[in-house]
Structures are given as structure tokens and as C-alpha cells.
Design a protein around this ligand. Structure first.
Ligand code: CS2
Length: 479
């Protein structure tokens, strides 16, 4: 059931969204068949939006659990799970009320999560828990030394108390499903990681196995980990966005989400517990996802990270502003050239990926000045993001006998930013701060080691990155 509210005249004035919900949802809410971890703006503009548009949406209600923002559940629950997607194009906004979320829950309610995951009606678990939340070690498996992972493993072993990491919570919920004999389901990772299904598998089975080998075996036999490439630029919602929805639609929505009109979802894997007809909203199912993942992670996300670090060092605030700076734009174009040289399509042919058109579209998407996409938001968790966005391109360039200067520049910009930033959010923030207390080559080697140990052992790469530091501005003096 979709309601397009194109302009103020069509909407009734001053209606509260819960009241509106009775018109939008005259029948009972759909049953929960999807459990989501990581209720944030991106989940609502992407997976919830695709599910809402599926022709069988009425059968596939979503119960969404918050991660870092428990208040998001309260705000959404107060309006019956309904929220507005504002599609913000260069030429104006359009508004859709999305009704696929039927339950919004504080992530700390692990009992509710376990009950829902254990229900035989649940067929899909989707994840947007951030790249850093998988606690990936440099070997691609769960790093078991992070303090919250250690604490969750102790909790699971003792059988008392609730895990706090999303992976720990999911492991406990899957144990409940096993105990209930509810059978197989699909875990669909929607975070920006290469081979994200495998990453999710390794994290979940890694934590389960450290607790109970039988559970790890059951997960391997019963849970399908689907890989996806997800795409929709979704900046943080602002008070001005709330006011814009009220002015245009005539109702008060405390949880709207703003996104670009473009969206893309490519998936690969099995759905043993069924799934909504996401293809009705344009989702694509493929056998080999890697070429599409690399295209998106390197070209879109890689350019984003480069613009974030370079742009912030040069005093810019948003993606559109950074892109308008010739020095930043030139760095992006050069990085794209390097990335493109290492991309190939599913049949082994780069032309299949239509990269020139993809690049042109990205330039248009990034320059949408009506989307205030803050560089500071993209800059977070760089030590993890660079592993997906810069490292593979740099490695591929080195393997081809080239320098990989543009990819190295992204890493150098991150290093400069890490020393200059007032607020630096990263899972390895303490180690980054310690590395920044070193100087010269030692500092560069230590920082690079946090991103990729092998590259840090390559003296040529360390020297290249050291030379590139300072390109976008000098970092502040070490504390
Ligand atoms: C961004 C992504 O914050 C980031 O790191 O690069 O969230 C990006 O906006 C999305 O992947 C777009 O699909």
C-alpha cells in the first residue's frame, strides 16, 4: 500500500502520522517475517522501502531493532512504524509513506529478538550494523580480542545477561531458533563490505563456535548467508527535513528519512525461508556478485572516503562542496582510473559493468546539492572502510606493476585527517592516536598496519604514502 504525496494540496492539513496510519493500513499489519538489526536511516530508505514496494508486502512485515540509537525505535513505534521517505532530486522532493516496518524495538530487548528469530514464520534476517560491527580481524575473521566481543563471549558462556554486540545478539537469537526447531532462514548482510555474506558468516559462526561448537555446526547447516551490494545515498535526517515534510504533506512525521531518488540492490544467495518479491522494486538477483560489489565499493564508496578525508582537510563540509573543489575532483578521477583498470564483469569483460556511464552517474549523484551529505558522517570508521575501498585497488595496482598512487593518496588523506580531526570515530581510535604520536616513517608504517598489515611491510608503499601526506593540507601537530 503506497501513498504518494506529491504536494501539499493533496494532503489533509495537520494530520498526525498515527491517524494517517488508519487510512494507510486499514487492515491488520502484516505478520513479522523479516527481522532487521540496525534500525537507522539507511535501512528505512533501502530495505524497508524495497519491501514496502513488493507486491507481496502484506505478507512480509519487518520487526526492526535499533543498534546505536535506541530512541529511533521509540520515535517510530509512536507513529505505528510508519515513516515518510523523502526522495530529494535536483528538481524537488517527492514523498512516500512506507508501511513495511510493523514493529520497532530497542536493540537491548534481546528476548524479543530471540523470540522473533525463533518463530517459524520468520524467514529473513537483514543486517545494517555498520562495517565496523563485524569486528573483522586482518585475516577476514572475527577478531576475538575486542573488549565487547570478549565480554559477549563471557556472557554467552555464563548463560546469564544479554550480549551487547549485534553479532552476539544474533548468535543468541539463532540459538533460540535452533532450540525451537524452527528450521532454516537467510541472513542478508546489507553493510558495505566485500563478500559481505561471507563476512557475516565468519563473524556469526566465529562467535557461535567460541561458545558452542554444536551451534556453529547447526548455523553452517541451516543458515544461508546472502551477499548483497546496497546503494542509496541517505544523509542524516535534520530538523529542517521534519519541517519540510510537515509543510509539504500536512502531517507531522518525527522519523522521516531523506534519500536520493536513485537506489540499487543486488543480491546473491539462497532464501530457504522465502523472501518478499523485492524484484518488484528493482532488486536484482545474480549468481556472481563480486564484480558489482567491487564496482560499487571502489567507485562510489572509494570516492566518498577520498572526498571525506581530502574535503575535510580542505575545509569542506558536504560531498557536493568537496566535489566542486578541483583538487578533490582530480583525486577522485585518478582513483577511478586506477579502480577501473582492475574491474571486470561477470563474464570477465569490464564493458559489462558500463563503467563510463556509472562514473558519469556518480558525478551527477554526488553533485546533488539538495542532499547535504556530510563528509564527517562518511569519515567515520575509516580503518575498516579503507580495507574495502582503497586497499584492494592499491594491491591490484601493485600486482600489475604500477604504483597505485591514487589509492595510496586516499590512505594518506585518512592519516592526515586522523591527526587533524577534533572528533575521530573509529573502532581502532586508541591505536590510531598512539600511532599518531610517532613521527615520519614510523608513524606512517604504524597507521598503515592498522589498515593492512601486509602493505605496512612494503617499504615502497610506506614511502609513497609518506610522500603523499600533506597533499590536502598539513595535519595538526601531534598532541
Ligand atoms: C558512505 C555510504 O558513509 C559512508 O561510508 O560511503 O554510506 C554511502 O553513502 C552508501 O553506501 C551509498 O549507497
Amino acid at each position: 500500500m503506497s501513498t504518494e504525496l506529491q504536494n501539499a494540496e493533496e494532503a489533509e492539513p495537520a494530520v498526525e502520522l498515527p491517524q494517517l496510519s488508519r487510512q494507510l493500513r486499514p487492515s491488520a499489519k502484516g505478520p513479522v517475517r523479516i527481522v532487521h538489526l540496525g534500525l537507522g536511516a539507511f535501512h528505512r530508505s533501502h530495505q524497508a522501502w524495497y519491501t514496502h514496494q513488493a507486491s507481496d508486502a502484506a505478507d512480509w512485515g519487518i520487526a526492526a531493532f535499533t543498534g546505536r540509537r535506541p530512541d529511533a525505535a521509540l520515535a517510530l513505534a509512536e507513529q505505528d512504524g510508519l515513516f515518510t521517505v523523502v526522495e530529494r532530486a535536483d528538481g524537488g522532493d517527492s514523498f512516500t509513506v512506507v508501511s513495511s516496518i510493523v514493529e520497532a524495538v530497542d536493540g537491548a530487548d534481546v528476548q524479543r529478538l530471540a523470540d522473533l528469530v525463533a518463530a517459524p514464520t520468520t524467514g529473513v534476517v537483514t543486517l545494517t550494523i555498520t562495517e565496523a560491527a563485524y569486528r573483522l580481524g586482518s585475516d577476514g575473521h572475527l577478531g576475538r580480542t575486542a573488549s565487547d566481543v570478549v565480554a559477549d563471549l563471557a556472557l554467552l558462556a555464563s548463560g546469564s545477561g544479554n550480549p551487547t554486540t549485534p553479532v552476539g545478539r544474533l548468535v543468541l537469537a539463532l540459538a533460540a531458533r535452533r532450540a525451537a526447531g524452527a528450521g532454516p532462514l537467510a541472513v542478508v548482510c546489507c553493510d558495505n563490505l566485500s563478500n559481505n555474506g561471507t563476512v557475516a558468516h565468519n563473524a556469526v559462526v566465529g562467535m557461535a563456535g567460541a561458545w558452542d561448537a554444536g551451534l556453529a555446526g547447526w548455523i553452517d547447516a541451516n543458515i544461508s548467508f546472502v551477499s548483497t551490494s546496497v546503494d542509496r545515498i541517505t544523509p542524516r535526517t535534520t530538523d529542517a527535513d521534519l519541517a519540510a515534510v510537515q509543510a509539504a504533506c500536512g502531517y507531522r512525521d518525527n522519523s522521516p528519512v531523506v534519500a536520493e531518488p536513485f537506489s540499487n540492490w543486488i543480491l546473491s544467495g539462497e532464501f530457504p525461508g522465502g523472501r518478499p518479491r523485492w524484484e518488484d522494486a528493482g532488486a536484482v538477483f545474480v549468481a556472481d556478485i563480486e564484480p558489482y560489489e567491487n564496482r560499487k565499493l571502489w567507485l562510489l564508496n572509494g570516492a566518498h572516503s577520498l572526498l571525506a578525508y581530502a574535503g575535510l582537510l580542505r575545509g569542506h563540509t558536504t560531498v557536493a562542496q568537496a566535489l566542486a573543489d578541483p583538487l578533490c575532483l582530480q583525486a577522485v578521477e585518478k582513483f577511478w582510473d586506477e579502480a577501473e583498470a582492475n574491474l571486470s564483469g561477470p563474464e570477465g569483460n569490464a564493458a559489462e559493468l558500463q563503467i563510463p556511464a556509472y562514473r558519469a552517474a556518480l558525478l551527477a549523484r554526488f553533485s546533488n546539492a539538495r542532499i547535504a551529505h556530510h563528509l564527517a558522517q562518511i569519515a567515520m570508521d575509516g580503518s575498516t572502510k579503507l580495507r574495502m575501498r582503497a586497499v584492494p585497488v592499491l594491491q591490484a595496482e601493485r600486482a600489475a606493476g604500477r604504483s597505485g598512487t591514487a589509492a595510496a593518496l586516499m590512505i594518506a588523506a585518512w592519516m592526515d585527517y586522523s591527526a587533524a580531526a577534533d572528533a575521530f570515530q573509529d573502532p581502532l581510535a586508541d591505536q590510531v592516536a598512539a600511532a599518531n604520536r610517532l613521527s615520519g616513517t614510523e608513524r606512517v608504517r604504524a597507521l598503515l598496519g592498522l589498515v593492512d598489515r601486509a602493505l605496512a611491510g612494503d617499504a615502497t608503499v610506506v614511502e609513497l604514502i609518506e610522500d603523499l601526506c600533506g597533499t590536502f593540507g598539513e595535519p595538526a601537530a601531534s598532541p
